[in-house]
Each structure stands twice: as structure tokens, then as C-alpha cells.
Write a protein that binds this ligand. Structure first.
Ligand code: AMP
Length: 473
């Protein structure tokens, strides 16, 4: 299958060739003809499958063939976060640069007046986070009368972030007669309900089994105590000579703290989360993309939709409370058929979360090493951080299982607290993915296999050499 065969016009084909896309990805091969045929689409595509081009290309193609009737947008793309919205807009502008079409993005956290001005000048494709769109609509800055197409991108995340009410409000503002495209990496009963409400006789396109990660992502885990995680992470990054790793924490505060601690270990790091200004987020992201920062520590919502070319490592410094978030996180690596590694640092308290993730994936995630959980020896004690404070054992932190919730402007909600401390059932037995009981998992050897210490166990040696190969690539 080629892009030419999909009937795309020469201007789009040129842009695709310039991007280096040789052939359509499976979601593109299926969605482009359906969308060009005017159908509603329910796209069950995991992250990194090329779903943005799957809807952007046919929308641009259709609009380039028909003249606009007014100044209002003809397509509206709703996205959960500012970063994703900006990236989607970037894709529309890149693919459509030879067409006389205008694509713009609006999101919260930045001034509204320039957005009002841009909208008043006329627009073809509007990419928006739901809250800011409603604010703009409240100021009568958007004319929805010409709207022909609605795209809900990463709809599962929008629901997770509590945007359902905003989405329902927006649905009341836009013309009933329109084409609807809904894309979601995971498929929950809520998504099913939403799609039944919005889509009319949709073409169901699913390019991967639901709730799975890309096959190209190698998944592994370390059993490690909470207060040893940062030491293990520093060690892995340094031993493996990691050039780029996206590290997930559950809280904004945790992201800041970890980035500072890693920096004090000599690893250039930055944090990205919803409390940072848009400019600070963009600065951190571009430093990470141009590799002046090796580790980007992020919360789930801030990292959602980030497209970092050839990202080799995703680290779950803390497991997410919502198993679907695991799929989203590790989808940042192994994109567009490339290899990637997802490594989870799992404390005893998180074993149940791991079970839930494994249940969702329908597979086990192997632990690296064997016997005892990772324990740093004296040579691996972290240096004193710049602030002079040593990492504390916070294993008694309290908290709830609440999710991070989104603000209306596509930024993050309040600080999420850690999962409730749980007793570790020592007598747990080996179990199937998702079963309730878990045996003490094999874990990393004492020094994690670094130079000068006792030899790591076989499995871990293999893993180290694979990792070295991956980082050399
Ligand atoms: P997405 O799932 O839309 O976020 O896309 C994931 C990544 O795949 C992005 O970096 C795209 O630039 C890239 N991509 C999209 N379509 C193709 C294609 N046909 N061939 C190669 N890479 C692609």
C-alpha cells in the first residue's frame, strides 16, 4: 500500500515524502479511505501508530477540494492537553503547508486575546483543549456554523481528565450534521457510551488489540524499595549511558524533586508538569528533544501526546494508579515501528498496581535480576543534593488512589497523592497476570551489576548487554 494509492493529492504526497514517510501505517491505510468516503470513524489505535496523520490527511484533502463558506472552523479537533493540541496543530500545518488552508491551536495557560484575533481572521482547522474552547465560545470568538467535522483525539484521556461535561457542552454548540472521528488508545465502557452517542454507523478501525502496548516496546521491571528508586535510576542511567529517558512520577512535586536529585547526581534533568508555565514546559521539552537534557521527568498528563522521535527509554518511577495510563506512558517509546524499552521501578506497595496493569495487558512483566529487591551499597548512596537534603524514606506516605484530574484549559489538576500504603503479603505465591496474589518478585542484585561489584545474575547480565546495545544504536 502506498500513499498514492490512497488517492491523496500531490501537495500532501510531497509533504509526506519530505517527512520521510515511505508508506501508510495500518491505521492510516484503513482510516484515510473511510474518512475520505465521508464516514464516521471509531479508531482504536494505540499511541505512536500514526493516528494524527490518519485523520489530518483526509481532512486536509477534503477541505482543499471545497471552498470555505465563512470564517469559522470547518474541522474541530479536541485534544486533552496543550502539548498534544500543539503537536496535532503542528502536524496539520506540516502536512498542509502547500495547501491554502489555515490550522490553528488554542489552549489555556496563555493569553486569550491573540487567539480571539486569530479566530476572527478566519480558520479551517481548529485544534483546541475543551476548556479554552468553551471560554472562547463564551466570548463569541468562534463561529461554529461552518463546522463539518469533529475529531475527538485521545478521547479516553479526555474522559479520564473529567472533560466529559465540557465535551457535552461543545456538542450542543456545533451543528448536528457533521462527520465524527473518535480516536482512543484504550477502550473503556465510558468510551463505548460516548462513541455510541456521537458516532453514526461508524467504521470501526482497530489496528492493535485494545489496551495493549506496541510489540516493539520491551517491558521489564525492578523490585526496589521506594527510598532506593532514585539510586537505582541514577545507576541505570549512568551505567547504560542513557541519552534520553522519559521518567514518570505520579505527582508534580515528585517530578520536581526527582529532576533536582538527578541533576545533583550529575544527570542533566528537567521536569514537566501542569504547574509549570507553558513557556517552561516548552523549554524543558525542547531541551530534551535536542538532548541537552538527558532525563525528562513528567507527570502523566503533561507527557500525554508528547511525540519524541526515537525515544529509547520510558521509566515508570512510580506506577500509575490507573492501569490504562501505563499503556499511554510506554506508548511514548517504540513509536512507528521503532524499538523501545519500558522499565518500571516497583516498590512492594506497588505490586498490586502491577498486577492490575498485567491484567489489563494480559501478560506478565518480567522482573530483572533475582532474589532480593535492589539495595544500594555504600558506593551507591546518592550525593547530597544541591539543597543539601538527602532523599528521605517516604515509605509511609499517605494518599488516595485518585487520578490526576484535568483543568479546563488542558493543564493538570491538583497534586495527586500517592497510593495508600499497603501491607505486603509475604506468603504470596507465583500467580497469573492480574491474579490477586504475588510472590516476592526476583529483583536486582545488590549493586545492580555495575563495575567492581559482585557479578550480576545471568538474566540481569543479558539485560545490561541488551540495554547497552540499545543505547549504542
Ligand atoms: P502519532 O501516533 O500520530 O502520534 O504518530 C507517531 C509518530 O509516527 C510521529 O512521529 C509521526 O511523525 C510518525 N508517523 C506517522 N505516520 C507515519 C508513516 N506513515 N511513516 C513513518 N512515520 C510516521
Amino acid at each position: 500500500m502506498s500513499f498514492e494509492k490512497l488517492g491523496l493529492r500531490a501537495e500532501l504526497l510531497k509533504a509526506l515524502a519530505q517527512k520521510g514517510y515511505a508508506r501508510p501505517t495500518p491505521i492510516q491505510a484503513q482510516a484515510i479511505p473511510a474518512i475520505l468516503g465521508g464516514k464516521d470513524v471509531l479508531g482504536g489505535a494505540q499511541t505512536g501508530t500514526g493516528k494524527t496523520a490518519a485523520f489530518a490527511l483526509p481532512i486536509l484533502q477534503q477541505f482543499s477540494e471545497m471552498r470555505a463558506q465563512g470564517k469559522g472552523p470547518r474541522a474541530l479537533v479536541l485534544a486533552p492537553t496543550r502539548e498534544l493540541a500543539a503537536q496535532v496543530c503542528d502536524s496539520f500545518q506540516t502536512y498542509g503547508k502547500r495547501l491554502n488552508l489555515r490550522s490553528h491551536v488554542v489552549f489555556g495557560g496563555v493569553g486569550i486575546n491573540p487567539q480571539i484575533k486569530t479566530l476572527s481572521q478566519g480558520i479551517d482547522v481548529l485544534i483546541a483543549t475543551p476548556g479554552r474552547l468553551l471560554d472562547l465560545s463564551g466570548r463569541r470568538a468562534v463561529d461554529f456554523r461552518n463546522l463539518e467535522c469533529l475529531v475527538l483525539d485521545e478521547a479516553d484521556r479526555m474522559l479520564d481528565m473529567g472533560f466529559i461535561h465540557d465535551i457535552r457542552k461543545i456538542l450542543k454548540l456545533i451543528p448536528a450534521k457533521r462527520q465524527n472521528l473518535l480516536f482512543s488508545a484504550t477502550y473503556s465502557p465510558d468510551i463505548k457510551r460516548l462513541s455510541e452517542d456521537i458516532l453514526k454507523r461508524p467504521e470501526m478501525i482497530e489496528v492493535a488489540r485494545r489496551n495493549t502496548a506496541a510489540e516493539t516496546v520491551a517491558q521489564s521491571a525492578y523490585q526496589v524499595q521506594k527510598n532506593q528508586k532514585r539510586i537505582l535510576l541514577s545507576q541505570l542511567a549512568q551505567d547504560g549511558n542513557w541519552e534520553q529517558a522519559l521518567v514518570f512520577t505520579r505527582t508534580k512535586h515528585g517530578a520536581n524533586r526527582l529532576a533536582t536529585q538527578l541533576a545533583s547526581d550529575g544527570i542533566d534533568s528537567a521536569a514537566i508538569h501542569g504547574n509549570k508555565s507553558q513557556a517552561a514546559r516548552e523549554r524543558a521539552l525542547s531541551a530534551f528533544k535536542n538532548r541537552s537534557v538527558r532525563i525528562l521527568v513528567a507527570t502523566d498528563i503533561a507527557a500525554r501526546g508528547l511525540d519524541i522521535q526515537d525515544l529509547p527509554f520510558v521509566i515508570n518511577y512510580e506506577l500509575p494508579n490507573v492501569p490504562e495510563d501505563y499503556v499511554h506512558r510506554i506508548g511514548r517509546t517504540g513509536r512507528a515501528g521503532k524499538d523501545g524499552q519500558a522499565i518500571s521501578l516497583v516498590s512492594q506497595e506497588e505490586n498490586k498496581l502491577l498486577c492490575r496493569i498485567e491484567k489489563l495487558l494480559g501478560r506478565k512483566i518480567d522482573f530483572v535480576g533475582d532474589e532480593k529487591p535492589f539495595k544500594a551499597n555504600a558506593t551507591h548512596q546518592p550525593k547530597t543534593s544541591r539543597s543539601g537534603s538527602k532523599p528521605k524514606n517516604r515509605s509511609t506516605s499517605k494518599g488516595s488512589q485518585s487520578r490526576q484530574s484535568g483543568n479546563r484549559d488542558g493543564s493538570e489538576g491538583g497534586e495527586e497523592r500517592n497510593a495508600k500504603p499497603r501491607k505486603w503479603n509475604r506468603g504470596e505465591s507465583n500467580r497469573q497476570p492480574g491474579s490477586r496474589h504475588r510472590r516476592r518478585r526476583p529483583a536486582l542484585s545488590k549493586n545492580g551489576g555495575s563495575e567492581g561489584g559482585p557479578k550480576p545474575p545471568n538474566r540481569f547480565r543479558k539485560f545490561l548487554s541488551k540495554r547497552a546495545q540499545a543505547s549504542a544504536r
